[in-house]
Design a protein around this ligand. Structure first.
Ligand code: FES
Length: 119
């Protein structure tokens, strides 16, 4: 699923509400449009949520259309594998994509728009 999701700004500084975990299929993603970059919000097979910019560090492939496996996503264009936790390319590839903090309140996903640089 790759539909853009509107978000609701919360009183709590940079946190925004971007929908619920049920809006994202397991091993899938949704995109959140912001004033800045588009952010891909991923759901793993075991219902963990991660967020990162939707642009692969290789050639800007749409990571939200990639395959989620374990803690990683494989880019749909040239198969780079990126850690959903750190945004770092895995294996022999080098590069990173900014990640964002997420928190769940019940089944509601909150996203912090202050990106956390990849480790
Ligand atoms: S654009 Fe993602 S691997 Fe090439």
């Amino acid at each position: 699923m790759n539909a853009a999701t509107p978000f609701t700004r919360l009183a709590d500084a940079e946190w925004v509400r971007v929908g619920t975990i049920d809006d994202i299929p397991r091993q899938g993603a949704r995109c959140v449009k912001t004033d800045g970059p588009t952010i891909a919000v991923f759901r793993t097979e075991d219902d963990r949520i991660f967020a990162m910019q939707d642009n692969c560090p290789h050639r800007q492939g749409p990571l939200s259309q990639g395959i989620v496996h374990g803690n990683c996503v494989t880019c749909p264009l040239h198969n780079w594998v990126l850690s959903l936790e750190t945004g770092l390319a895995q294996g022999a590839d080098e590069g990173s994509v900014p990640t964002y903090a997420v928190r769940l309140e019940g089944r509601t996903i909150h996203l912090n728009l202050q990106n956390s640089p990849a480790a």
